[in-house]
Design a protein around this ligand. Structure first.
Ligand code: ADP
Ligand code: MG
Length: 268
């Protein structure tokens, strides 16, 4: 579905390499999890796939999609793929919406454009998809402006748009960070549904190993702009090769352990 070969991102202003030689393959209907600490290059890697990086960042390597290299593709051509065949759910939900227009008008415009349906159909579909994201009174939400909604709510609206478009690939950049744990669980369930019901492949960026373990078949671990581990989830979690992955897994085990210890104490 998608093959990334030696993806490297350089900041030409400082002549600094931000991401170096990332390689991975995303199979159809598979979920690839990307984990790594803040600043390790997860977001910029996923943006580079769609050519969504500022002009001072130089992207080299290959992003093979549907027989074409997206790195070499002209802006006009890549725009036809963006939002339609590959949807991105941004980490910063607020920046994804225009503050001057209602959520409804932006959702409807996006669905009309990408699905070639009428405004009425797009409005109905928006409501259905928002309901699936467990948004109450979706018709009222559509009338709101971005600043009138919480980050978590905007995040769900973005996911709803992606779910309605049913692209080949969804890239979700920490889509659960702005949500509380109950809502996080629902969003993860939605992603599970998406993969089981549709033919969509997912790149899911998260710092939550539990979520990755639940959703992903393949995992890529990044640290300081480099890929330190890549492989099947069971394999990587069972036999991590890199010290950093062991650290991630270990700290999680410790966290769960102290949590269960605390729970036990409560019972005594
Ligand atoms: N627009 C940009 N211009 C220059 N450097 C950037 C830009 N966006 C991100 N970076 C740099 O790339 C590195 C990785 O950032 P990012 O991909 O956002 O990390 P993560 O998503 O893993 O937290 C950081 O050092 C950051 O400073
Ligand atoms: Mg990020």
């Amino acid at each position: 579905m998608l093959e990334i070969i030696n993806l490297t991102i350089t900041d030409e202003r400082k002549n600094e390499v931000i991401v170096k030689d990332v390689n991975f393959t995303l199979e159809r209907n598979d979920c690839l999890g990307i984990v790594g600490e803040s600043g390790s290059g997860k977001s910029i890697t996923s943006k580079a796939i769609l050519g969504l990086v500022p002009s001072w960042l130089k992207v080299t390597g290959t992003v093979q999609f549907d027989g074409k290299d997206l790195v070499q593709m002209k802006t006009k051509e890549i725009r036809k793929i963006r939002g339609k065949r590959i949807c991105m759910i941004l980490q910063d939900a607020m920046s994804a919406f225009d503050p001057l227009y209602t959520i409804g008008s932006q959702m409807i415009e996006s669905l009309c454009e990408n699905l070639e349906i009428s405004k009425q159909e797009a409005e109905l579909l928006s409501i259905v998809e928002l309901e699936k994201m467990r948004i109450k009174e979706p018709a009222q939400v559509l009338k709101k402006y971005p600043h009138q909604l919480s980050g978590g709510m905007l995040q769900r609206c973005m996911i709803a748009i992606a779910m309605a478009v049913k692209p080949d690939i969804i890239i979700a950049d920490e889509p659960t960070t702005a949500l509380d744990s109950i809502n996080q669980n629902e969003v993860v369930t939605e992603f599970e549904r998406l993969r089981s019901e549709l033919d969509t492949s997912v790149i899911f960026i998260s710092h939550d190993l539990g979520v990755i373990q639940r959703l992903a078949q393949t995992v890529l671990v990044m640290k300081e702009g480099k890929q330190v581990e890549y492989g099947k989830v069971e394999e990587v979690f069972l036999r991590p090769k890199h010290e950093y992955t062991r650290f991630l897994i270990h700290t999680r085990v410790q966290l769960t352990k102290s949590f269960s210890d605390a729970m036990r104490k409560d019972h005594i």
